[in-house]
Design a protein around this ligand. Structure first.
Ligand SMILES: O=CCCCC(=O)O
Length: 455
């Protein structure tokens, strides 16, 4: 049985417990999103967009209170929590401004007669979202799909029930009719039943590869459209002509943001031999200088990890790496204080075939790799089951372009750490998932592109 509860990772104390839904409540919720869809799809898109604008305004006006909820739920720093709320403002505003244009009819040139494609919603959807960005993960699924006319059930992470309720309340206050956005505290068994329901036409999951495979298997069996945004072990490639200071600062920010708990953190720092020693010296010094502490304290780089289990898992992965030939350059352990704190860590010499080489490490641990040249960097970058994002630092744009074209990933950032924007598509290939969120592409997944032609 999943236990929905807020447990403050800075103290380990349970703040509040929530009731898991009964099977009857789930059945009612499924029926309600199915019924609401019939009306919601007929509401003019401009009216749906206007409601999203109200959602954006509410995130903006309530940002401190909303930020405090996620600090308590998963230990994010105040600055990062406020940053996440602001990102949500931009996402809801982006779809409020652009949904109508994205959904406009698309004429097709035909030899005879006329034809166009109309973008229609497909029905009620299920969203399954994780704890690492409790508001933002929901926003990038909900905003484009509500604008398009789909309705949705939202199953949030068991550790995020307070933010899950806050999100549902914001939609209700913004005027979304009952049944258009419905939060559910569901079990995994109930999730399977929901996907099996003929009411549900699609599933979007952001989370672990394991969860993605489990939900994907059910959705595949039931022939439900699927978007998966899973893990990553993003390469951060530093070529020998890179601006070293910028690359070091970018690698620290790209790896340690959100305490290293983002799918698109730069988890593997791949550095050309010619500058490796200088890079590592500067990188380790900056990682050691990071202040880790109570998430509400000014100047902290990060607070605790999301839970005791998360901290134990990360430290276990580092210990396993070191036991299998990796070198610990700094950190590697728990911080001696109550709460799920882990030291900022750098490891080198990670051996192919070991867990740290292939697994995603979801915490403040950077693995640095020395490679002989650009081709070796590309080979190593692609030697991963994942293919989400990537970063290239070089002062030669032609080299950046050549490397970008050879990386097996969904996103490439040149001379800057990965940064999410409402208007840019987000997603990966290989075990990082399928489909795209954000930008125009984010409204192009759960859509019926209906052809209408005339003789
Ligand atoms: O875990 C994935 C979160 C993505 C964070 C981002 O978009 O920056």
């Amino acid at each position: 049985m999943i236990d929905y509860a807020v447990t403050d990772p800075a103290t380990g104390l349970v703040v509040k417990r929530y009731e898991t839904a009964t099977d009857e409540q789930i059945a009612t919720a499924v029926a309600s999103v199915g019924q609401a869809y019939r009306q919601w799809r007929l509401v003019p898109i401009a009216e749906r967009a206007a409601m999203l604008r109200k959602v954006a305004d509410r995130y903006a006006s309530d940002r401190e209170r909303l930020a405090e909820i996620i600090i308590r739920e998963m230990g994010k720093t105040t600055a990062e929590a406020l940053g996440e709320v602001d990102l949500c403002v931009s996402i809801y505003a982006f779809y409020a401004d652009n949904a109508e244009a994205f959904a406009a009819d698309k004429p097709i040139d035909v030899a005879s007669g006329s034809a166009y494609v109309r973008s229609e919603p497909i029905g009620a959807l299920l969203g399954i979202m994780p704890w690492n960005y409790p508001y933002y993960q929901v926003a990038r699924f909900a905003a484009p799909n509500l604008a398009l006319g789909n309705t949705m059930l939202l199953k949030h992470a068991p550790s995020c029930p307070e933010s899950a309720e806050a999100i549902a309340e914001i939609f209700a206050d913004a005027g979304f009719p009952e049944g258009v956005y419905v939060n559910i505290f569901a079990t995994n068994e109930q999730v399977e039943t929901i996907i099996e329901s003929p009411v549900i036409q699609g599933v979007s999951l952001t989370g672990s590869e394991r969860a993605g495979r489990a939900v994907g298997a059910i959705a595949g069996r039931e022939m439900k459209k699927l978007v998966l945004e899973l893990g990553g072990s993003d390469p951060f490639i530093v070529l020998d002509d890179a601006d070293l200071d910028a690359a070091i600062a970018g690698a620290v920010a790209g790896r340690m943001g959100n305490a290293g708990q983002a799918c698109n953190n730069s988890k593997r720092i791949i550095v050309l031999d010619a500058i490796y020693d200088r890079f590592v010296e500067g990188f380790v010094a900056q990682v050691q200088a990071l202040k880790v502490g109570e998430p509400r304290e000014g100047g902290v780089a990060f607070g605790p990890l999301s839970s005791e289990a998360a901290a134990a898992q990360v430290v276990g992965q580092v210990e396993d790496a070191v036991a299998n030939g990796a070198t610990l350059l700094t950190g590697g352990g728990r911080i001696d204080r109550p709460g799920a704190y882990v030291e900022p860590t750098v490891i080198a010499d990670v051996q192919p075939g070991t867990r740290a080489y292939t697994e995603e490490i979801f915490g403040p641990v950077a693995a640095v790799y020395r490679v002989a040249d650009q081709d070796a960097a590309i080979r190593l970058a692609n030697d991963s089951p994942y293919g989400l994002g990537s970063v290239i630092f070089t002062s030669d744009d032609a080299r950046a372009q050549a490397v970008a074209e050879q990386l097996e990933v969904g996103m490439v950032a040149i001379n800057a750490p990965s940064q999410t924007q409402a208007d840019l598509p987000f997603g990966g290939v290989k075990s990082s998932g399928m489909g795209r969120e954000l930008g125009e592409y984010g409204m192009a997944e759960f859509v019926n592109r209906k052809l209408i032609r005339r003789a």
